[in-house]
Write a new protein. Structure first.
Length: 325
């Protein structure tokens, strides 16, 4: 009897989340809303898309606090939902926007953040403490565009165009930081910059049914593909170079992995699951000593699920960084 009651509560809980997300998506006047995610009957993480600020002093992330109702049931506090910051020592967790940011990406100087809304890319000014929403600038207007990635010098933004249309092919594109000079580069997805600035990394497959089996390197100076690296498994996403360019961390089939920059010496970093369905899975610290990520399993309904964890890259130990009540 208790099992049936528990299952019923889970279903009602998930359906309520869907209804709330749908109602939030109806606000067409809000360009910084992260949009709707069809979560199905699975728990949504309270934290997602951690992004380390280039200063190294704090981390940004999307957060919808969890609490308990007067009946003792878990629920999201949607009034406190938004984009938050936290100091890297775990102190001073604060909300600075009453909206979430889809695919947030800091500029190298830390003065702008790029993000996605309605399948288009925007940017917004950051003054070191909070965002200036009057500076929100739409950078793309055609196609469906995702995963903005700033070049190391801050002059370019690479991005993922998911579908072809009359304005151009699908694949990885590049534009100036002001949205000008848009052009397609190569077939692939999830762009990542080599710290040297002349190489873009993407994800491809050997067929339409194996879209995430290989990584591809594109040389911007030569305007050609220069190498492909074999990934692990069939679901590889979000590669990111370490700040020194020696390593590449990436998501693969539920967890984080690490390899060197030529695709060798692969090792699994996590074993307890990483979120990739609700936001960006992880971010390197500016000095390359740590990785912040959202620990997540779709079958875990406990309050410990969907929080931020930290990996010390010197000894590969993990520590919990944020908590649910």
């Amino acid at each position: 009897m208790m099992v049936m009651k528990s299952q019923k509560l889970k279903i009602l809980y998930a359906l309520s989340i869907l209804l709330i997300l749908f109602s939030l998506s109806c606000n067409k006047d809000n360009p910084v809303d992260g949009g709707v995610i069809d979560i199905g009957i699975v728990p949504a993480p309270a934290y997602d898309s951690p992004v380390w600020h280039p200063s190294g002093l704090f981390i940004g992330f999307n957060h919808t606090p969890l609490g308990e109702s007067r009946w003792g049931e878990q629920h999201f506090d949607w009034y406190s939902r938004g984009f938050w910051l936290i100091n890297t020592d775990g102190t001073n967790m604060r909300r600075i926007l009453p909206y979430t940011l889809q695919s947030p990406a800091w500029s190298p100087d830390g003065q702008w953040i790029a993000f996605v809304s309605g399948a288009q890319i925007f940017k917004m000014r950051f003054n070191g403490t909070t965002f200036d929403t009057t500076t929100i600038t739409q950078l793309t207007t055609e196609g469906r565009n995702f995963f903005p990635a700033w070049s190391p010098d801050g002059q370019w933004i690479a991005y993922d165009r998911s579908l072809p249309d009359k304005s151009g092919p699908a694949g990885i594109w590049r534009m100036k930081f002001d949205g000008s000079l848009k052009h397609a580069l190569f077939g692939g997805s999830f762009p990542a910059w080599d710290p040297r600035g002349n190489i873009l990394l993407g994800v491809i497959g050997i067929s339409s049914l194996t879209a995430g089996t290989r990584f591809i390197k594109y040389n911007l100076t030569q305007s050609e593909v220069v190498d492909t690296l074999l990934a692990t498994g069939n679901d590889n996403r979000m590669p990111r170079y370490s700040p020194d360019g020696i390593y590449i961390a990436f998501y693969s089939s539920g967890n984080l992995w690490l390899m060197d920059s030529v695709g060798n010496n692969k090792q699994q970093l996590t074993i307890s699951g990483v979120d990739v369905s609700f936001g960006l899975p992880f971010s390197w610290s500016p000095d390359g000593s740590k990785i912040i990520y959202t620990r997540y399993q779709s079958n875990d309904w406990t309050m410990k699920n969907g929080v931020l964890w930290m990996i010390d890259m010197n000894n590969k130990t993990e520590t919990q960084f944020t908590y649910n009540p």
